[in-house]
Design a protein around this ligand. Structure first.
Ligand code: AN0
Ligand code: CP
Length: 317
């Protein structure tokens, strides 16, 4: 595998899930594979889970790991070509990328959507430049439009917890005080659409996601109706995708919070969220602390998804 930015890069999902099982059952089986190989993790944005789980995955494979926080100690990087660099950014990404590539064997990049310019975000300007100019295999640790390591871990988790062959999985928008990217929701939809589940997306009017990601999912504007009979509730906030209000918060309708009254409409559903989550905005305390909450095992599976991807990349070096 030379790049991992979306579901298509992993190949058939049945096989990916088999590899995940292998890695989870025996995490140290390939501890010699990464000997003398270096993973460079580059963060343009904050992280708790991605940073720790990806580093742990690389360590399980015997790799050395370097982590760089671009906004804490590195030079600020200009990402647009043709700019007269008389502002606050002393270095261009076109020099920085091949330099960083020269210090490692595999690169992981986190670069969120800026939410200022839809075209720039949806063209994945930053991660695509890493793919083009680093000379190394590159994987996404959440880029502008997708978070594939999260979605892969989400899929692994659903497979572990489902009690029927074809569960009803509901992605529900929930309120949040800050504008967030669509990446987690887009990516989750992309992976769910590739799986044989009953997949429903529910959100208020105005929060429609790109049709490219919605695919064949059922969109249900009635939040309570969407919850009926659900086996999994996956909560996430995202900002507006539509042109006129791109990246903006349209409303903070607190009635969209996931609470126990809504969970009672479900088929004893498991509650999922990628974390970090704002309690009593996205989800009530009792739901996230309740027996149906699987957010911690879901986060734990981030090691597994990362290890599968890095292992595939090491094998192809
Ligand atoms: C980020 C997002 O919504 O994309 C990262 C989630 C994994 N969340 C926040 O910035 C709170
Ligand atoms: N879910 C997730 O990617 O978390 P972090 O932002 O903490 O890495």
């Amino acid at each position: 595998m030379k790049k991992f930015t979306c579901v298509n890069d992993i190949g058939p999902l049945d096989r990916a899930l088999e590899l995940a099982k292998e890695v989870k059952t025996n995490p140290f089986a390939d501890s010699a594979l990464g000997k003398d190989k270096t993973l460079l993790m580059i963060f343009f944005n904050s992280s708790l889970r991605t940073r720790l789980s990806t580093q742990k995955a690389a360590m399980n494979l015997g790799m050395n790991v370097i982590v760089l926080d671009i906004n804490q100690g590195a030079w600020k990087l200009e990402t647009e070509r043709g700019v007269i660099m008389d502002g606050d950014k002393p270095e261009h990404i076109l020099e920085a990328i091949p330099v960083m590539g020269s210090y490692c064997d595999i690169i992981g990049v986190r670069a969120f959507a800026g939410l200022q310019n839809k075209t720039e975000d949806y063209n994945e300007i930053v991660i695509n430049q890493f793919i083009e100019y680093s000379g190394r295999p590159v994987f996404s640790m959440e880029a502008a439009t997708r978070h594939p390591l999260q979605s892969f871990a989400d899929l692994i988790t659903i497979e572990e917890y489902k009690t029927k062959k074809r569960p009803k999985v509901v992605l529900t928008w929930a309120p949040h005080p800050k504008a967030l990217p669509q990446a987690v929701a887009n990516s989750f939809a992309e992976w769910m659409n590739r799986s044989d589940y009953e997949f429903v997306i529910t959100h208020p009017q105005g929060y429609e996601l790109s049709a490219d990601f919605v695919g064949n999912a059922k969109v249900e504007y009635d939040n309570l109706k969407a919850f009926e009979g659900a086996d999994f509730i996956y909560a996430k906030n995202w900002s507006s995708f539509i042109d006129a209000t791109y990246g903006q918060i349209l409303n903070i309708d607190r009635s969209w919070m996931v609470d126990s009254a809504k969970m009672q409409l479900t088929n004893n559903a498991k509650f999922m969220h990628c974390l970090p989550v704002r309690r009593n905005m996205i989800v009530s305390d009792d739901v996230i602390e309740g027996a149906g909450s699987i957010v911690v095992p879901q986060a734990a599976n981030r090691v597994v998804s990362a290890q599968v991807v890095i292992r595939e990349m090491l094998k192809a070096l």
